[in-house]
Each structure stands twice: as structure tokens, then as C-alpha cells.
Design a protein around this ligand. Structure first.
Ligand SMILES: [Zn+2]
Length: 89
């Protein structure tokens, strides 16, 4: 693994511009020098995670797994009761 999010065991400032919080996490290659790691506070990491494009969000993987299960159910023609709310309109 070349890129990893790690807990920062040192007392350093967040590297995000205009943020003066204490860094809690570091991002970088765990096999490389700590000087190459980027430090982030909890608040900036959360903000960063919110800006991730949908295709990079872990939830997508969960949805894919659910879709696989649904496909299997459909293939086996297992009766699944789903209320059709649009019916009758
Ligand atoms: Zn920060």
C-alpha cells in the first residue's frame, strides 16, 4: 500500500492553509520518510471526505454488493414482496 491514512502520533499542526488545529491524521506512504507525509486535523479530514467524488466513496462498493445479491434473488426467482406505490395512478 503506497497511500495510507494514519494516526499521527506527534504534536503537529494541520497542513491545510489557514487551519491552526492540531493534526490528528497523516496521509502518505507508510514506507517513506515522515517528512513526506501530509498532516490533517479531524475537521479538515471530514471536509475532505465530503468532497470526494461519488465514484470514490466507499458506499458505492456497498451498493454494488447489494446489487449482486438482488440480481441473485431475481435469477432464482425468489418471491420478494415490493409494494408498487405508482400502481393505480
Ligand atoms: Zn485542519
Amino acid at each position: 500500500m503506497k497511500a495510507k491514512l494514519m494516526i499521527l502520533p506527534y504534536n503537529l499542526r494541520c497542513d491545510i492553509s489557514r487551519c491552526s488545529n492540531k493534526a490528528k491524521y497523516s496521509i502518505g506512504n507508510p514506507d517513506s520518510s515522515k517528512a513526506t507525509h501530509f498532516h490533517l486535523c479531524e475537521s479538515c479530514l471530514k471536509e475532505l471526505a465530503e468532497t470526494f467524488p461519488d465514484e470514490l466513496k466507499p458506499i458505492k462498493e456497498v451498493i454494488k454488493e447489494v446489487e449482486k445479491i438482488v440480481e441473485r434473488v431475481i435469477e432464482k426467482k425468489v418471491p420478494v414482496q415490493i409494494e408498487n406505490k405508482k400502481k393505480g395512478r
